[in-house]
Design a protein around this ligand. Sequence first.
Ligand SMILES: C[S@@+](CC[C@H](N)C(=O)[O-])C[C@H]1O[C@@H](n2cnc3c(N)ncnc32)[C@H](O)[C@@H]1O
Length: 214
Amino acid sequence: MEHEFWHERWQKREIGFHRRDVHPLLTAQIQSVAQTGSTIFVPLCGKSLDMQWLLQQGYQVIGIELSEVAIQEFFTEHNLPYRTSREGPFTAYRAEGICIYQGDFFDLSEAHLQTVAAWYDRAAMVALPPAIRTKYIDHLQHILPSAANGLLVMVEYPEGYWKGPPFAIHTDEIRTSYQDNYAIEVLPLLPGFTLGGDANVTERGYLLSPKYKA
Ligand SMILES: C[S@@+](CC[C@H](N)C(=O)[O-])C[C@H]1O[C@@H](n2cnc3c(N)ncnc32)[C@H](O)[C@@H]1O
């Protein structure tokens, strides 16, 4: 997806991916991947309420998001006074416990994520078409600290049912993408996120723990 695609979606308010509640898998599983007080990386974070929930639970949050509209709305909607600073290719938005980098995920480096204990991917990997997704997985594994755990939420639906995004990502692809470096626990299927429910669309969580810690 081109950057323009996402900027337009935020400008035109085509943000059906934005949930009005905290994701139940996050609340159920966060303690499996990171202790309270530790830092959670939220790639392609949008203005997810999940980040506010993490802050309320005592976690620190690092996010990365292309859209400054999304980031400003996040801080405004939660009444979080923030400051901004220009840092290389990014504008960093900071408030107590949280830093969201406005810019391209692919410009992040290891230095930005040194303190991260776990990453939380909800609607990040599934937002990307296959060619970019491969780059995303490579870059993510390159910049994460080797001890970081993962909590992933993927969308599943029958082939051809939707055009995407979100793209359907099944367990086989998660294994191919991460099994070299992570042990993978596959969580049970949940009803999908679509408004009013849609039996063809489901979500599945994964817990990833590193096989090799430096
Ligand atoms: C489907 S939305 C999901 C947002 C959030 N994770 C949530 O659960 O609501 C994907 C987000 O990724 C952002 N995005 C897409 N490509 C990006 C990139 N290369 N770098 C940073 N953010 C990106 C988009 O602007 C969009 O807000």
